[in-house]
Design a protein around this ligand. Structure first.
Ligand code: SF4
Length: 126
C-alpha cells in the first residue's frame, strides 16, 4: 500500500507491506512519526471531520463545527448524514458541544467559532 505521509510538510512517499492484516515492512518513512502514521493509516485510518449546522437566532446562519478528535474513516459519511438537519440556538461559544458522541464514535462535534444571538431589538447580544 502506498501512502503520502501528512504528519509533517515534507510529505514522504511511504510504502507499507501488509501480510495477514499485519504490517510487515515500511519503506520511505524517514522518521518514527511517519512510520506510526503509516501503520495507523493502513490498519485504522482516522479523519477529522469539519462541517456546518444550521444556527438559529444569529446573524450567522451556519455554525462551523468539527470533531474534537479524529474518528474512524469508515464513520465519516455516517457523521455527515447525522449532521443533516441539526440545528443549534445562538449564542454559541467556541468549543460548545453541538452533537455528543456522534454516531457512537465517542467523539463530540464542537463549535469552532463564537456566534452572537439577536435580541428582540435586532441587536447582537451575548
Ligand atoms: S515520514 Fe517523517 S519526515 Fe516524512 S513526512 Fe512523515 S513525519 Fe515528515
Amino acid at each position: 500500500m502506498e501512502i503520502t505521509c501528512i504528519a509533517c510538510p515534507l510529505g514522504c512517499a511511504i510504502k507499507v507491506t501488509l501480510e495477514g492484516g499485519k504490517v510487515v515492512d515500511i519503506q520511505g518513512a524517514t522518521c518514527k512519526r511517519g512510520e506510526e502514521y503509516a501503520k495507523l493509516e493502513c490498519l485504522s485510518p482516522k479523519r477529522m471531520v469539519t462541517s456546518t449546522v444550521t444556527l438559529i437566532g444569529s446573524p450567522l446562519r451556519r455554525l462551523p463545527i468539527k470533531t474534537e478528535h479524529p474518528i474512524p474513516k469508515s464513520k465519516v459519511m455516517d457523521v455527515a448524514r447525522a449532521l443533516l438537519g441539526v440545528e443549534i440556538n445562538a449564542p454559541v461559544s467556541i468549543g460548545d458541544i453541538v452533537a455528543e458522541n456522534i454516531c457512537d464514535t465517542g467523539v463530540n462535534m464542537v463549535a469552532t467559532r463564537h456566534a452572537l444571538a439577536i435580541s428582540t431589538k435586532n441587536e447582537a447580544i451575548n
